[in-house]
Design a protein around this ligand. Structure first.
Ligand code: ADP
Ligand code: MG
Length: 524
């Protein structure tokens, strides 16, 4: 396909300037194909995977078409979640930043309706909302439809999944079929086709084939391990690859919470996002993820819909997705816009069948990968140290050190032996940094032994794993990753600590405080 430029799409200078400010150099395929139809008032259904630029595909023509001399509401956009509504509003404002007189107003639940009514009264040509609150405004007559030209449903499939079907139909019947209706969706299930037939006028469909976007820049792997080993596997992949931002998908809300607890216990800055969180809580978690305060975000499929973070290094499927489309959505969170990304799916036993179904359906073949062994991680660390050493060598200025070494060698050791001793010391001598050796031990795998310590506090004192990890790491300075299983009982807790650290932990923690309780600590 020959690619067109934004200029070739006959856009105004104002919008072209905005796109250039936004760093959009050329249209994505879905934009290239949809913009002309929408400009020409066609009803349209645009289907493309997550991350392909669907917002601007409707946002650009929308901003172009709005009559800024007219203060009436000319377009209503519907999104499944408040977070998406806010994102879409932001993107439209950016596209319209040089278009004088344009007003975009978001309306969603949880915000005082009075404030929204005021903003709408001031003249909102474009309203972006969630269905509940939009219908509320329509019923109150605070959104007036006399000037309405276009209705857009973004993430239409997700709106249906979330049970907004009646609301969508209500909005469509309010808008009376006379206006241009546009839908964007990652998938077009039957339920969407029904709505198209019923409410849309000879809709144009634009489908960007998955093959052309199933991002060749995402490496997709499958790892077959027992369920109980998945958390450990995630940690090892994180360490081995030095991933900075990871998204981990679970199938259930409960699982997101459980897994997050386990990751935190191992010292990984993580948090979860699921449908049980209210919007404020979700916003707070997303901010932490965006700002890098957490490295791992554990999410359910639905909650992840609003996630708009571009530099996710890796997506882990802790659970095999329930639906082939979910798989595509999940992995589409990484490898965005030319960056490379990795997707790792864990499977075992019966789940293989579901995974093969996903592969067939999506015309993909996942590459087998095994869980990194402790030795591999050790080797990786070793290589890291060696690279540092070589860098130091290249920088020079070693004279005084060479003299020290020569003196220390004293004819008894060769320089190579001394270098080897330094490396060994680096890799496993300093336990603070080299938790990987002991880490595996918590799973009874190899290397250093774990010792169980008895703390005389438990459920009775309302102790959670976080209190113990926090107290131990805070007081002793050892890394949370070193702490193994934590088993909380009614009146005591057993904490696994690497043998090497046990004395330190006992001496520092005995008679110290955990969540305000003076504790007694002893080896079991
Ligand atoms: P979708 O709705 O298809 O999941 P988005 O509209 O959220 O995708 O776009 C994904 C990301 O790509 C956003 O950060 C957006 O700003 C960016 N983007 C969209 N179009 C372009 C473009 N033409 N050039 C560069 N970046 C783009
Ligand atoms: Mg979108």
């Amino acid at each position: 396909m020959n690619h067109s430029t934004f200029a070739e799409l006959n856009l105004s200078d104002a919008v072209l300037r905005s796109l250039s400010d936004m760093g959009f150099e050329e249209p994505t395929p879905i934009q290239e194909q949809c913009i002309p139809y929408i400009m020409n008032n066609r009803d349209l259904v645009g289907q493309a995977q997550t991350g392909t630029g669907k917002t601007a595909a409707f946002g650009i023509p929308l901003v172009e078409k709005v009559d800024t001399n007219n203060k009436q509401t000319q377009a209503i956009i519907q999104c499944p979640t408040r977070e998406l509504a806010i994102q879409v509003t932001g993107e439209l404002m950016k596209i319209g930043q040089h278009t004088g007189g344009l007003n975009v107003v978001p309306v969603y639940g949880g915000q005082p309706i009075k404030r929204q009514i005021k903003s709408i009264k001031r003249g909102a040509q474009i309203i972006v909302g969630t269905p509940g609150r939009t219908i509320d405004h329509l019923k109150r007559g605070t959104i007036k439809l006399d000037g309405l030209q276009m209705v857009v449903f973004d993430e239409a499939d997700e709106m249906l999944n979330m049970g907004f079907r009646d609301d969508m139909e209500k909005i469509l019947s309010y808008s009376n079929g006379a206006v241009q209706t546009v839908m964007f969706s990652a998938t077009v299930p039957k339920s969407i086709r029904k709505i198209m037939n019923r409410y849309m006028n000879n809709p144009q469909t634009v489908t960007i084939e998955r093959e052309s976007i199933a991002a060749p820049n995402i490496d997709q792997y499958v790892v077959e391990v027992r369920d109980s080993v998945r958390t450990e596997a995630i940690c090892r992949f994180m360490d081995l690859n030095e991933y900075e931002l990871a998204l981990v998908f679970c199938n259930t809300k409960r699982q997101t919470e459980k897994l997050t607890r386990k990751l935190k216990t191992r010292g990984y800055a993580s948090d979860f996002i699921n449908g049980d969180l209210n919007q404020n809580q979700r916003d707070r978690v997303m901010d932490k993820f965006r700002n890098g305060h957490i490295d791992m975000l554990v999410a359910t499929d639905v909650a992840a819909r609003g996630i708009d973070v571009d530099d996710i290094d890796v997506v882990f499927n802790y659970d095999v997705p329930q639906d082939p489309e979910y798989y595509v959505h999940r992995i589409g969170r990484t490898g965005r816009y030319g960056r490379s990304g990795t997707a790792i799916t864990f499977t075992a036993g019966r789940k293989n069948k579901q995974l093969r179904y996903i592969e067939r359906n999506n015309k993909i073949k996942l590459e087998k990968l095994s869980m990194p062994t402790n030795d591999e991680i050790a080797e990786f660390r070793m290589e890291g140290h060696l690279n540092d050493v070589i860098e130091t060598l290249e920088k020079g200025g070693l004279r005084p050190y060479i003299e020290q070494i020569e003196a220390a060698a004293d004819g008894r050791f060769t320089p190579v032996e001394i270098a080897a001793a330094f490396l060994k010391h680096q890799v496993d001598g300093n336990s603070n940094e080299n938790d990987f050796v002991q880490n595996g031990a918590s799973n009874g795998q190899s290397n250093g032994k774990m010792i169980q310590l008895h703390f005389n506090v438990g459920h009775q004192q309302k102790i959670g794993p976080g209190h113990l990890v926090g107290a131990i790491t805070g007081e002793t300075g050892i890394s949370g990753k070193l702490i193994g299983d934590i088993e909380i009982k009614q009146n005591h807790t057993i904490v696994e600590i690497p043998g090497k650290e046990a004395n330190k932990v006992i001496s520092v923690m005995h008679k110290n405080r955990v969540k305000g309780n003076r504790v007694a600590v002893k080896a079991v």
